[in-house]
Design a protein around this ligand. Structure first.
Ligand SMILES: [Zn+2]
Length: 602
């Protein structure tokens, strides 16, 4: 079997950005939004709607529009990812953004409508058979309405964000897309590379000297742009804080926590356990540095592969990676394996390695088709195979929700990263088990430890930086130097002072700080990782795990995160035990790594 490495977008809208079907869909959405707006404005709870037929219709209309907006968004995002330097696509993206913005007003009017319904009637409504499955979402919306301002102000805020918050986010992309730097390989040949290419190299270029020079060049490149980027970050955060303030929100963590349906207590406990478990990772770093013939690792070395003995890791073909993933998914869940097979065969995945593609990877649901699309660049490394597994984990999550109403699929990022990390764990563990000698096992274990390093250290640094930055930003605008100092301090703390070099301009180079629709794009990753470790441990000791796993995934947008953990895993997330059990699994891998590498150090 040879799988295509280019995705099928024509089945979403045939013919690319100028697709007549896309144009028709945009017209349809426009009309649907107008109808919905009228229906919401005219709706009153009364005897005319005694059986709530009209009310149920409103919920159907809302979900139809949101699914449609997602469908067109996924499509334009996919086109942009495919052809990242093509600036003509942003015109269509703006049209779609404006359409989305026009839905904001009726959407908030609908939420306010919910808040006007008295509690007795509300209970009756939620008990309707068609609404029972989305009662959690409806309750959330009713709650949200309490914070909303009057319709005109809300609409003005939405319109302003097109040239404010959203604009700053895309301004960052414009800056990043224009950056280049010289790159000298191990043969002394120098070429000019983009910021995206530099990032790819930084995460695994085999030669340590080349890597060290790369980080220095990367720092320098971002340093030259840091005035523009600091403006962008300051104003993006400023726009967000002003919006919070307008809604009476003074705690900048309130929204991020709400979006992830989790409590501050859970977040604090998680980070406390992470902080208490740094030492095992610094031991691992010390050994990794030894194996690389260094005193200590630099920031550029933390994810770099180690090579010991005679073994050098072989590149994988795409087809081999696909087969390996499907075989090992099947050990845990035949349904997960079947979904992966569909994704490979039906061309849901864009994985070709070619210039002009967006860096990074993601999965998006295509709601009206009940499908997914996955974007990444497969270069043949073991890490890339793990990335495919990761994105297929997301796709599996999405697939178990397709028969449910749209508002039941609105799961948060923290639990979204659970299914993906789980899938990645399955594949990484299988690779370690399949190793035929110690040297190979060391390389694979090292690759597996990339995740805890990211979650316990790198992501922790981002969270520490962002909390301090937002705190200060409430008072003033920060200079590029102040931002670099903040980042340097955050990295020192998060990496427990274990590195010889850091990346102070990380605040500028990391895209995640510039995402407009999700604040604090960091702690949900660590949450998802540790949560999935807990699930993975359970999977190994439970018969018929597949059904339990799917039941958990189907509830991810149906209750708070604490309730989800209590109901499906029987654990209390505000207590350290569950988190520590996850950290203990990491400790096991590190112990094995230290024991296995003993023979390779002199
Ligand atoms: Zn993910």
């Amino acid at each position: 079997m040879t799988y295509s490495q280019n995705w099928d977008l024509d089945s979403i809208f045939p013919g690319g950005v100028n697709s007549p079907e896309l144009a028709q869909k945009l017209e349809l959405l426009k009309a649907q939004i107008k109808n919905f707006a009228d229906a919401v404005t005219n709706y009153v709870v009364s005897n005319d709607d005694a059986d709530f037929t009209n009310f149920v219709n409103l919920t159907t209309q809302g979900q139809t529009i949101e699914a449609g907006l997602l469908q067109v968004n996924v499509f334009i995002t996919a086109l942009i990812s495919d052809d990242f330097t093509n600036t003509t696509l942003s015109a269509k993206a703006s049209v779609i953004n404006a359409l989305e913005a026009s839905y904001a007003k009726p959407s908030s009017q609908f939420k306010k409508l919910l808040a006007t319904i008295d509690n007795t009637t509300w209970t009756t409504i939620l008990a309707l058979p068609t609404l029972q499955t989305i009662d959690f979402a409806l309750n959330e919306m009713r709650q949200e309405a309490n914070e909303l301002l009057d319709d005109t102000t809300e609409e003005l805020l939405t319109q302003l964000s097109l040239d404010g918050l959203n604009a700053w986010s895309s301004h960052y992309d414009t800056i990043a897309a224009g950056l280049t730097m010289p790159f000298t390989d191990e043969n002394g040949e120098t070429t000019t590379i983009s910021a995206g290419q530099a990032l790819n190299h930084l995460e695994g270029y085999p030669d340590p000297k080349v890597r060290a020079n790369l980080l220095a060049g990367y720092e320098n490149m971002w340093g030259q742009a840091d005035g523009l980027v600091a403006d962008t970050l300051n104003h993006l955060a400023g726009a967000r804080l002003t919006n919070y303030k307008a809604h009476g929100v003074t705690d900048f963590l309130k929204k991020p926590l709400e979006l992830n349906r989790m409590s501050q207590a859970t977040l604090d406990t998680m980070w406390q356990v992470v902080s208490d478990n740094k030492e095992m990772l610094t031991k691992y770093f010390a050994r990794k540095a030894q194996l690389m013939g260094k005193q200590a690792l630099g920031f550029q070395d933390i994810y770099a592969p180690v090579h010991v003995g005679e073994f050098t890791s072989k590149d994988l073909s795409y087809d081999d990676a696909a087969e390996f993933i499907m075989d090992n998914f099947a050990q845990f869940s035949p349904k997960m394996a079947a979904l992966a097979k569909t994704a490979f065969e039906k061309r849901w995945i864009e994985s070709e390695n070619r210039p002009g593609k967006q860096p990074g990877g993601y999965m998006e649901s295509v709601p009206e088709l009940g499908e997914s699309r996955i974007f990444l660049t497969f270069t043949g490394s073991q890490n890339d195979a793990a990335t495919i597994a990761h994105e297929l984990g997301h796709a599996f999550h999405s697939s178990v929700l397709t028969d449910l109403p749209f508002w039941r699929g609105n799961y948060a990022m923290n639990v979204a990263e659970t299914a993906s990390t789980f899938a990645e764990l399955v594949v990484n563990d299988a690779k370690v088990k399949a190793a035929t000698n110690d040297a190979e096992k060391v390389t694979l274990l090292d690759a597996k430890l990339n995740n805890p390093v990211a979650m316990f250290m790198n992501i922790h640094a981002r969270y520490l930086f962002e909390t301090k930055f937002y705190k200060l930003r409430q008072e003033k605008v920060l200079t590029p130097d102040e931002l670099s100092t903040l980042m340097d301090e955050a990295q020192h703390e998060a990496f427990a002072n274990s590195l010889e070099t850091y990346h102070p301009h990380f605040w500028a180079s990391k895209l995640h700080f510039y995402i407009d629709n999700v604040p604090f794009y960091n702690f949900p990753y660590t949450f998802g990782y540790l949560f999935s470790l807990g699930i993975y441990a359970k999977a190994q000791s439970t018969d018929n795990f597949e059904d339990q796993y799917i039941a958990l995934l189907r509830d991810t947008a149906n209750m708070s995160t604490e309730e989800l953990a209590q109901k499906h895993l029987g654990v209390d997330l505000t207590q350290p035990d569950f988190w520590q059990a996850g950290a203990d699994l990491v400790a096991k891998d590190i112990t094995e790594f230290l024991a296995l590498t003993e023979q390779f150090v002199s």
